[in-house]
Design a protein around this ligand. Structure first.
Ligand SMILES: *Cc1c(COP(=O)(O)O)cnc(C)c1O
Length: 415
C-alpha cells in the first residue's frame, strides 16, 4: 500500500522525529521544510525591512490574516471572505459567542455537550455569567449514552423555544466521532436556533461544506492536523449572511481594511470574517501555517481524506482482528462508519496510560486521554501504512511481554 500510495512524496517534506512513528498529528502536527523556509523568510523581512514589512514583506504582513483565510476557506467549504486567521480556538469561541448570543427572557439557553473539550465549556460558562445568566440552568449539556459518542437525536431533542445557540464539536476530541453538522444545523434553524461548531479536530482532516450546510459560525486551531506549529494562530468562520452583525469583541484589526489607519473612533467593521479580528496578528507564528496550508492545497482535501480513512480503517481492522481477546483487552471506541468518524482512532484499554508510556519508550507517539483512551492519528500527509502495522505490532508486544508494567501510574503534566 505504501508503494502504491500516490501521496507518499509529501512525507519527504516533513521533519519526522528520528526513528519515530508519530501518531499525534491531531494534537501537534509536524514541522515541514516548507514551514521552516517560511519562518526564516518572515524573520529576514523583519531584519531587512523593519516596519516596511507590513506592505513590502513577501508576503506583505498587513494582508496575511486575510490571505490565510482565503487559503483555508476551500477546506472548510467556505467562501474566501468567510474565513479569517485570528486569535486562538478558545478566544475565537469567546468572540463568536459574544457576537451571536443575545439572550432574551424566552430564549436564553446555550446547548453544548458533556463530552466536549473542557476549554469550550469553561468559555461558555463564563460567557453566560458575563451576560448575567446562570450556567447551572442556562447551559444545557447533552449527555452521552455510552460515554463516547453523542446521538444526534438526543441533540435535536434539546432544541426548544428556550434555546438561543448550540455550540458543538465537529469531531469529538476523545472518541473521534464526526457529528452530522448539516442535520444539526438544519434542525436548529427550523427552531430559530443558531448553530456553531468547534472544528479543531476536523480542520485539515476531512472536507467540510460549512456554507452549503448554512452553519452560522465555526472556529478551529492551526496547530493540530494543519501543522501550523505550536501556538500558531487559529481561524474563525462567519457565514456571509451575518457580516452586518456587530462583532461582540471589537478591535482595530477588524476595522474596514482600507480605512483602518484613519484612526476613526467610530468602529466600522469589515464586512467579512476579517471584521472579527481584534489586535495585531501573531505574524511570526503565522508564517509556518501559511506554508503548511499551501501543502494542503497541493495535496487536496478529498485525496487526504481517502488516505486518512484507509489508514484508520487498517488500524481498526488490526486491533479488531488481533487485539480484542481478553488476554489483550483492547477495544475501539470510535464509530466504524466513515461518515461518522474523523481522522483519529480511540483505542481503549484499562491500562491505557501505562501502554502509552510503553509506546513512547518504543518511539511510537500516541496521546492519552483519560480515563482509558490511547488516541492515535495516522495522518495522510506524513504517515505510512507500515507505521500503522508497526504500531499494532507494538501494542501486541507490549501486552505479550508485560512491558507496560514497568511504568508508573503517575501522569505527566502534558499527555
Ligand atoms: C485543541 C482544542 C482546543 C484548544 O484550544 P486553544 O485555545 O487552541 O488552546 C479547544 N477546543 C477543542 C475542541 C480542541 O480540540
Amino acid at each position: 500500500m505504501d508503494k502504491w500510495d500516490a501521496m507518499k512524496t509529501f512525507r519527504e517534506r516533513f521533519y519526522i522525529p528520528s526513528e519515530t512513528v508519530y501518531m499525534d498529528g491531531n494534537s501537534l502536527g509536524l514541522a515541514s521544510v516548507d514551514s521552516e523556509e517560511s519562518m526564516i523568510r518572515i524573520f529576514n523581512d523583519w531584519k531587512n525591512l523593519g516596519i516596511g514589512g507590513w506592505l513590502e514583506g513577501t508576503p506583505p504582513w498587513f494582508f496575511l490574516a486575510e490571505e490565510l483565510g482565503r487559503l483555508m476557506a476551500p477546506f472548510m467549504g467556505a467562501r474566501s471572505d468567510e474565513v479569517i486567521m485570528t486569535g486562538s480556538t478558545t478566544m475565537n469561541l469567546h468572540s463568536l459567542v459574544s457576537t451571536f448570543y443575545h439572550p432574551t427572557i424566552e430564549r436564553r439557553k446555550i446547548v453544548a455537550d458533556e463530552l466536549n473539550f473542557p476549554s469550550d465549556i469553561y468559555a461558555l460558562r463564563s460567557q453566560l455569567k458575563l451576560k448575567g445568566m446562570n450556567p447551572e440552568e442556562d447551559l444545557v449539556l447533552i449527555p452521552s449514552r455510552d460515554g463516547r459518542t453523542l446521538d444526534e437525536g438526543d441533540i435535536i431533542a434539546t432544541f426548544d423555544e428556550t434555546v438561543s445557540l448550540v455550540v458543538l464539536p465537529s469531531v469529538l476530541y476523545r472518541s473521534g466521532q464526526l457529528l452530522d453538522m448539516e442535520r444539526i444545523t438544519k434542525e436548529a434553524h427550523a427552531r430559530g436556533i443558531l448553530a456553531g461548531f468547534d472544528c479543531a479536530h476536523s480542520a485539515g482532516a476531512l472536507p467540510h461544506k460549512l456554507t452549503e450546510w448554512d452553519v452560522d459560525f465555526a472556529f478551529w486551531c492551526g496547530y493540530k492536523y494543519l501543522n501550523g506549529g505550536p501556538g500558531c494562530p487559529a481561524f474563525l468562520y462567519i457565514n456571509r449572511k451575518h457580516f452586518d452583525r456587530e462583532p461582540g469583541l471589537a478591535g482595530w484589526f477588524g476595522y474596514e481594511k482600507n480605512r483602518q489607519f484613519d484612526m476613526d473612533l467610530e468602529f466600522n467593521h469589515a464586512r467579512s470574517a476579517g471584521g472579527w479580528q481584534m489586535g495585531t496578528p501573531s505574524l511570526l507564528s503565522a508564517a509556518p501555517l501559511r506554508a503548511s496550508l499551501r501543502i494542503f492545497g497541493q495535496a487536496g482535501m478529498e485525496r487526504l481524506r481517502r488516505k486518512s480513512l484507509a489508514l484508520t480503517s487498517l488500524l481498526m481492522e488490526l486491533v479488531d482482528t488481533f487485539l480484542t481477546e481478553p488476554s489483550y483487552g483492547f477495544s475501539i471506541g470510535t464509530p466504524r462508519e466513515p461518515e461518522r468518524r474523523g481522522g483519529h482512532v480511540a483505542v481503549e484499554h484499562d491500562e491505557a496510560w501505562r501502554i502509552c508510556s510503553a509506546l513512547k519508550k518504543r518511539k511510537i507517539i500516541p496521546d492519552f486521554r483519560p480515563p482509558n483512551v490511547i488516541r492515535l492519528a495516522p495522518t495522510a500527509l506524513y504517515n505510512t501504512f507500515t507505521d500503522v502495522v508497526d504500531l499494532a505490532e507494538a501494542l501486541r508486544d507490549i501486552i505479550d511481554g508485560g512491558e507496560f508494567k514497568a511504568f508508573t501510574l503517575t501522569k505527566d503534566a502534558v499527555s
